[in-house]
Design a protein around this ligand. Structure first.
Ligand code: ADP
Ligand code: MG
Length: 328
């Protein structure tokens, strides 16, 4: 580790709605190092997919990236040409969307679909593309001869593996998995997660693992970034998030999570809901649900600050030295 692969700087992406501007992602900054797995966590509607789509510049009207930069190595993606992006999306960075396994074409052999992804983006012969397809299938734990199978011959978990093989078709350095295990049964989910970890090791891949499921992500992530209502509220090593979370939202997420070791743990759900982001005023967006909120949180927006080396949080409690006393 050590080399930065992806750097997101002050990214803001808004959506135009009938009622005004939805500030879906605002001033989000983080980096991902070579070979690192970053878990991007938050409840539904917190802006995780918008971040992923902004990085790949797949945001469409009524959405727009209004501010910020995204560097993939030295290349800036927000200002890159469509032609550059077309290649970058497969050969440098690719995404496994939530519905990936359902996106497989039912009338084509799975191997042919992976081959097609290779042939569109690289000047290689059909034989080379087929050979690589077989290697990719083996890499994701599928017998190489199954390239001849059709999607309906595969289980959900196997189709998800094919979707991962497809994302790896042009050997990108980074993949973004956007809730790609959501909807699979728990056992299959953990197998897919184990596969991602295995691929990260074998290929020195950098991975952004987007999920609303904190425990699933902590098992393999080096770092965790927590989003709330369009803002990055905490970003730290997985260990720090688990044992020294600073933001009340991170703590609330942890409290809302069952503990497999300590089964007696009291699970406390987070009261309230994510606020409407249309025309949202300057404030800490979590203040309406935060047990520690004080006046300043209602009128001012906390910025992400380094609270200790490599550990960032956006909360006024950190600056004002308020004690976070938790009963749980
Ligand atoms: P997540 O992936 O964390 O569930 P999203 O990125 O999908 O969150 O959504 C973040 C916010 O952006 C939400 O408030 C959502 O309502 C808003 N949003 C997403 N897509 C659109 C759209 N096409 N038009 C208007 N608002 C949108
Ligand atoms: Mg999403």
């Amino acid at each position: 580790m050590g080399k930065t692969v992806l750097s997101v700087e002050n990214l803001s992406t808004f959506y135009k709605t009938d009622k005004g501007i939805s500030r879906a992602v605002e001033n989000v900054s983080f980096t991902v190092e070579e070979g690192e797995i970053l878990g991007l966590i938050g409840e539904s509607g917190c802006g995780k997919s918008t971040v992923a789509q902004s990085i790949l510049r797949l945001i469409e009207y009524p959405g727009k990236v209004v501010k910020g930069k995204v560097f993939l190595h030295e290349k800036e993606l927000i200002s890159a040409s469509e032609a550059d992006l077309y290649d970058i999306r497969w050969s440098e960075i690719s995404v496994i969307p939530q519905s990936a396994m359902n996106a497989l074409n039912p009338v084509h052999r799975i191997g042919e679909q992976i081959m097609e992804a290779i042939l569109i983006h690289e000047h290689v012969s059909k034989k080379e593309a087929l050979d690589r397809t077989k290697v990719l299938l083996e890499l994701v734990g599928i017998d190489r001869e199954r390239w001849k199978s059709y999607p309906h011959e595969f289980s959900g978990g196997m189709k998800q593996r094919v979707a991962i093989a497809m994302a790896l078709a042009c050997y990108p350095k980074m993949i973004i998995s956007d809730e790609s295990t959501t909807g699979l049964d728990v056992l299959t989910q953990s197998q897919v997660i184990a596969l991602l970890k295995d691929l990260q090791r074998k290929m020195n891949l950098s991975i952004i693992l987007i999920s609303h499921d904190l425990p699933m992500v902590t098992s393999i992530s080096d770092k965790i970034a927590i989003m709330y209502a369009g803002k990055l509220v905490e970003w730290a090593s997985t260990d720090d998030i688990l044992h020294d979370a600073r933001h009340p939202y991170s703590r609330a997420l942890l409290d809302a999570t069952p503990d497999l070791i300590n089964r007696d743990k009291k699970i406390v759900s987070i009261p309230g809901t994510v606020p409407n982001l249309v025309n949202i005023k300057s404030c800490c967006r979590f203040h309406t649900r935060c047990p520690f909120a004080f006046e300043r949180c209602k009128v001012e927006e906390p910025e992400l600050k380094e609270v200790k080396p490599g550990h960032f949080a956006a909360c006024f409690l950190e600056e004002e030295n308020h004690e976070l006393t938790y009963t749980s």
